[in-house]
Design a protein around this ligand. Structure first.
Ligand code: AP5
Length: 182
C-alpha cells in the first residue's frame, strides 16, 4: 500500500470523505488545507480573517498563506501522509516538490476522483457549508477547472496519476481507491 498520497478532484468529489476513511485505516496523517483554513477562520486568527473572505467567494487563498500552514506539518511527518486539497495550483505543486525533496519523501501516488458537475452541485447543496451556495459552488468549479485541473497533466507526466470514479456508495469508492493503491 502506498502511503505518501495526494487526492485531487473537483469540489464535492468526495476527497475529504475518502481521505478520512483511508487515513483512519492506514494511520496516515490527513492534511486538508480546507480544514486547516477553516480552523484558522473559527479561531479568528489574522490568517483566518484574511482567508475567510476569499473562501466565502470560492476564490483560492494565496499560495504563500497555504504553504505557511502546510510546511510545518509536513516537516514533522514521521508516518505516511495524505494531502487533500493541496496543491491546488502549479505554483503550489512546485513549492511542494521542493519541500518534499528536502525531507526526502516523494509523492507515491496522486488519486484523481472524478464526478459529473450535476452530482457535485447536488451533494454540496445538501451539505450547506458557508461556501456551499449555488453561485459560489459554480465559481469553485470554474476555479478548479482553470487552476487545479492542470495538475492532472502535471502529475500524469510524472507517472503518478490513478483515476477513480467518485459515484456510488462511499465504501464502494473506498474499495476502488484501495485497489489502485495496492
Ligand atoms: P476545501 O475544503 O478543500 O473544499 P473543496 O476542494 O471545494 O472540497 P469539498 O470539501 O467541497 O469537497 P470534497 O471533494 O472534499 O468532498 P467531501 O468529501 O467534503 O477548500 C475550501 C476553500 O478553502 C477553497 O475554496 C479555497 O478558498 C480554500 N483552500 C483550500 N485549500 C487551498 C489551497 N491549497 N490553496 C488555496 N486555497 C485553498 O464531500 C462533499 C459532500 O458530499 C459531503 O456532504 C459528503 O458527505 C458528500 N459525499 C461524499 N461522498 C459521497 C458519496 N459517495 N455519495 C453521496 N454523498 C457523498
Amino acid at each position: 500500500m502506498q502511503t505518501r498520497l495526494l487526492f485531487l478532484g473537483p469540489p464535492g468529489a468526495g476527497k475529504g470523505t475518502q481521505a478520512q476513511l483511508l487515513c483512519k485505516k492506514y494511520d496516515l496523517m490527513h492534511l486538508s488545507t480546507g480544514d486547516m483554513l477553516r480552523s484558522e477562520v473559527s479561531a479568528g486568527s489574522p490568517l483566518g480573517i484574511e482567508a475567510a473572505e476569499l473562501m466565502n467567494k470560492g476564490e483560492l487563498v494565496s499560495d504563500s498563506l497555504v504553504l505557511s500552514i502546510v510546511e510545518n506539518r509536513l516537516n514533522e511527518a514521521s508516518q505516511g501522509w495524505l494531502l487533500d486539497g493541496f496543491p491546488r495550483t502549479v505554483d503550489q505543486a512546485e513549492a511542494l516538490s521542493v519541500l518534499l525533496g528536502k525531507i526526502q519523501q516523494p509523492i507515491q501516488a496522486v488519486v484523481v476522483i472524478t464526478l459529473d458537475a450535476e452530482f457535485l452541485i447536488k451533494r454540496l447543496l445538501g451539505r450547506g457549508r458557508t461556501d456551499d451556495n449555488e453561485t459560489v459552488i459554480r465559481h469553485r468549479l470554474e476555479v478548479y477547472k482553470e487552476k487545479t485541473a492542470p495538475l492532472i497533466a502535471h502529475y500524469t507526466k510524472e507517472g503518478l496519476v490513478k483515476t477513480v470514479k467518485g459515484d456510488g456508495d462511499v465504501l464502494e469508492i473506498a474499495s476502488r481507491i484501495e485497489a489502485v493503491l495496492s
